[in-house]
Design a binder for this molecule. Structure first.
Ligand SMILES: C[S@@+](CC[C@H](N)C(=O)[O-])C[C@H]1O[C@@H](n2cnc3c(N)ncnc32)[C@H](O)[C@@H]1O
Length: 216
């Protein structure tokens, strides 16, 4: 299964459907605002994994004027939307990258963020990606993953889809949801500090870890 793309994201129809309602997910801005609080204002280089149309980078750059953002995604229609959003902004670089593959050489980052993207990867790849994120971070750097996570029961999974106003048939075929606890345990095992779920509402969660200032 390694390298299998989340194919629906390569189609304009799926991308435009998502972008058309990206602002409508209940509580989304609440979770995003906690993420924004946790990324230092003086973070200079910020990497966004599965950036889509650059939603998170655009929010981050509002009060981080010195920041240089790098957005990775493999979806042409998404990257076209991001290019349009950031046209003429030399502080933002967009890179075509399948996250199922190892990350390319990108330099070090003060923060690595992601929103609703990593859950499309196989569990094994999620874990190895978290390890690559650790290596990419500067000491003291923050990893903040605003993520679609698994519910503990099918009933709660149904409740989430009802709460976001989506029929279950609209679930992304490439969703590979994973529970919060497993992902927090991985981050701790990888050496991240202050690992916790900083915000959660049903299947939307903000998982954060800090790379220790001194890696022992
Ligand atoms: C739900 S959208 C989120 C986009 C954006 N981060 C946001 O918060 O609006 C999921 C994103 O993950 C990207 N994605 C999914 N699988 C990917 C993969 N294997 N490699 C790179 N990007 C991927 C999709 O192309 C899409 O842009």
């Amino acid at each position: 299964m390694k390298g299998m793309p989340a194919e629906e994201w390569t189609t304009a129809e799926h991308v435009h459907r998502y972008l058309g309602r990206a602002d409508e997910y209940p509580r989304r801005t609440e979770g995003e605002s906690v993420l924004l609080e946790r990324v230092p204002r003086d973070a200079r280089r910020i990497l966004d994994l599965g950036t889509g149309d650059g939603r998170l980078l655009a929010l981050l750059r509002i009060d981080r004027h010195g920041m240089l953002g790098v957005g990775l995604d493999f979806s042409e229609p998404m990257l076209a939307a991001a290019l349009k959003r950031f046209a003429g902004d030399e502080r933002i670089e967009l890179v075509t990258q399948d996250l199922a593959e190892p990350l390319p050489e990108l330099g070090r980052f003060d923060a690595v963020v992601s929103s609703m993207a990593i859950h499309h990867l196989e569990h094994e790849r999620k874990r190895s990606l978290y390890g690559e994120v650790f290596d990419l971070l500067e000491p003291g750097g923050v990893f903040a993953n605003f993520e679609h996570v698994a519910s503990p029961t099918h009933r709660l999974h149904l409740a989430f889809f009802e709460a976001i106003g989506e029929p279950l048939e609209h679930e992304d075929p490439s969703d590979r949801l994973l529970d919060v606890e497993t992902q927090l345990a991985w981050l701790r095992e990888l050496g991240f500090d202050d690992v916790d779920c900083y915000w959660k509402w049903l299947e939307m969660a903000l998982l954060i870890g800090i790379k220790p200032a001194e890696v022992g």
